[in-house]
Write a protein that binds this ligand. Structure first.
Ligand code: PXP
Length: 248
């Protein structure tokens, strides 16, 4: 059974589109609320919830995470960058796991995997700080053997393979198989190093057909397409359909 983590960042993106500059007006009425969507997703089958607090706070706010935690039913996977203040913030929020991601202010969404090899010492320090606090760390990396080896070397127990290239290649039959093979090799290599392998980014209701062939991935973290489909089909249908497509 492949688990489904639901990423609610884009619920916050929608809220910020209207209320970024006036969060406390309208009698406190701001919508939509990522914590509420997270609780609903848990009720209809999400195995976990992911939120990314970015350095520029462009979507999820610290208060969203705190409010979600008050009534959470599954577990919080918190994404942050390697910046010292973000690592400290993540430690203070006490999530069930942390995923370390690269951040580039101009990107619309997380674009590439973390380059651990170029950030070896900072990555090692962050993983140690989380490990000491009892929080498993996941490194969001491209399915590249060197990055997988570096993740294992710095003591990260988990990785999340970036599926963005595969997602882009899905609609091009000449590239699709090669990208899936790259992910499969990364998955197998990661497992051989003793890592738990998660995956995510760009997975939708079409390409999940290929993604589910990576049977040994522990969990897929999926956001944009589930939140998008929930607008037309409702969140329950969106979560349940993705869950069954991952596993049927
Ligand atoms: N995994 C990580 C590490 C991410 O940063 C994101 C969001 O960019 C996702 C998964 C989910 O990606 P998507 O919203 O494309 O499903």
């Amino acid at each position: 059974m492949i688990l489904l983590g639901v990423n609610v960042d884009h619920v916050a993106t929608l809220r910020q589109a209207r209320y970024r500059d006036e969060p406390n007006t309208h009698g406190g009425f701001v919508e939509p609320d990522p914590a509420t969507l997270a609780w609903l997703a848990e009720e209809v089958g999400a195995d976990g919830i992911t939120m990314h607090v970015r350095e520029d706070r462009r979507h999820v706010q610290v208060e969203d995470v705190q409010r979600y935690k008050e009534k959470m039913k599954t577990r919080l996977n918190l994404e942050v960058s390697l910046a010292t203040e973000m690592v400290e913030l993540a430690l203070s929020l006490k999530p069930e796991s942390v995923c370390l991601v690269p951040e580039n202010r101009k990107e619309v969404t997380t674009e590439g995997g973390l380059d651990i090899i170029s950030n070896m010492e900072r990555s090692r320090d962050a993983v140690k700080a989380f490990t000491d606090a009892g929080i498993p760390t996941s490194m969001f990396i491209d399915p590249d053997e060197k990055q997988l080896e570096a993740s294992a070397e710095i003591g990260s127990p988990w990785v999340e393979l970036h599926t963005g290239s595969f997602a882009r290649a899905w609609y091009d039959e000449s590239k699709r198989v090669a990208e899936l093979d790259t992910l499969r090799n990364g998955m197998n290599f990661g497992i051989s190093l003793g890592l738990r392998v998660n995956a995510g980014h760009g997975i939708n209701y079409d390409n999940v057909e290929g993604a589910k062939q990576l049977e040994q991935v522990y969990e897929f973290n999926i956001g944009h397409s589930i939140i998008s489909r929930s607008i037309t089909h409702g969140l329950a249908e969106a979560v349940q359909t993705m869950r069954s497509r991952l596993n049927d």
